[in-house]
Design a binder for this molecule. Structure first.
Ligand SMILES: NC(=O)c1ccc[n+]([C@@H]2O[C@H](COP(=O)([O-])OP(=O)(O)OC[C@H]3O[C@@H](n4cnc5c(N)ncnc54)[C@H](O)[C@@H]3O)[C@@H](O)[C@H]2O)c1
Length: 350
């Protein structure tokens, strides 16, 4: 069987990781790279891929089956629509788009052109996240009552030397929280309302550095998230899991799930329940079991899945509409903080 031909648009920080993942695949090949920066052409050549400086140049010259968009956020919708109009299947890095209007237009372009869209929420391919979903959804801790999540890390100060990051939309809500929102949606169910407070008191930028968020999920569970990129802590997905070698691993938990029969922490994967024949009340000891699981290789797994989606062998694990709903729930946090209101995330059809 010939390999599925993928073009990668954007050979920047995450694009380079995707290029490596595609190059290791047994079923997909990196056929072309598209990047506005000609300096990236040399790396494309090392991968044996054709190099183009624009999507139009790709469309006119190189035949591919799908395009992975790892370009800046503001380009995702317009480039995704351009690919869809040429019948090319797409994997869109997060955030799916920057506004709800753009996100809806991209979903619609996929539907109209019969093109499959995979939203790039790669943590859904982390084996620890898959296991957490299975534990929570299997009823192992009873009916979900609530989740407590933290993403707190110290970003180096030079990170904010790039001016767009200091403005609204460039902060930890759209950059980092969106991953946790997606994980929590995938594990706990749809987010139905959001309230939030934000602060910029430590850095003093126009954009938030800290947020306290309250969520409700379909099915009635509640959740809290404390987000901060000025507070050094071991409690953040990247520090807690061993998934990303760019971050120091600190072996602690970032999510705690509580149900009517017990509790579970992530990613230490400990489950506390009452043994049989022991009354379920606070003056009796709970038993602890353990489901140790590594993170696997989620970026590699996402590429293999994209290949199967392109070939029509699987439905997208995160469809375009699903990626747009994660964006909607994340944008609802900013809206809730701005208005002080309880916000229902925008509805996305499809
Ligand atoms: N999933 C994740 O964990 C993760 C991590 C980092 C970034 N991202 C997302 O990936 C995207 C890229 O982020 P990054 O950090 O790699 O950015 P980056 O700035 O390092 O890379 C972007 C690349 O796109 C190229 N580019 C710019 N305009 C282009 C155009 N019109 N056509 C083709 N190429 C163009 C740039 O030259 C650059 O090489 C963003 O949307 C970001 O949110 C996701």
């Amino acid at each position: 069987m010939s390999k599925t031909k993928i073009a990668l648009a954007g050979l920047g920080v995450i694009g380079r990781k995707h290029a490596l993942a595609i190059s290791k695949s047994m079923t997909c090949e990196l056929t072309a790279v598209v990047d506005a920066n000609p300096a990236t052409g040399a790396l494309a050549k090392q991968y044996g891929a054709a190099f183009h400086s624009s999507l139009e140049e790709l469309f006119d010259n190189t035949k591919v089956d799908g395009v992975l968009l790892a370009t800046p956020n503001a380009m995702h919708a317009s480039q995704g629509i351009a690919c869809a109009e040429r019948g090319l299947h797409i994997l869109v890095e997060k955030p799916f788009a920057t506004t709800i209007g753009e996100a809806r237009a991209l979903v619609e372009a996929g539907r109209k052109n019969n093109v499959r869209i995979l939203a790039g929420q790669y943590r859904r391919f982390n084996t620890q996240v898959e296991t957490a979903r299975e534990i929570v959804r299997s009823g192992a801790i009873g009916k979900l009552v609530g989740v407590s999540a933290i993403w707190a890390m110290k970003k180096h100060d030079e990170y904010y030397d790039v001016s767009w990051r200091t403005e609204p939309g460039g902060g930890p809500i759209l950059t980092n929280l969106i991953h946790d929102v997606d994980c929590l949606r995938w594990i706990c169910g749809e987010i139905t309302s959001v309230s939030a407070q934000i602060s910029n008191a430590t850095r003093g930028h126009a954009v938030e550095d800290t947020a306290a968020i309250s969520l409700s999920f379909e099915g009635g569970a509640l959740g809290t998230v404390l987000l901060s990129d000025v507070a050094p802590s071991p409690w953040a997905f990247e520090a807690s899991t061993t998934e990303n070698a760019d971050f120091f691993h600190m072996d602690d938990c970032c999510y705690r799930f509580m149900g009517t029969k017990g509790a579970f922490d992530f990613p230490l994967m400990r489950i506390w329940t009452y043994p049989e024949n022991v009354p379920q009340r606070w003056d009796y000891p709970m038993a602890k079991s353990h489901r140790p699981t590594g993170p696997g290789k989620p970026l590699d797994a996402q590429i293999e899945h994209f290949g199967r989606v392109i070939r029509g062998e699987e439905e997208p694990r995160t469809s375009g509409a699903d990626g747009a709903r994660t964006l909607a729930a994340t944008l609802a946090v900013t809206e809730a903080a701005k208005t002080g209101a309880l916000v229902t995330p925008a509805t996305i059809q499809g």
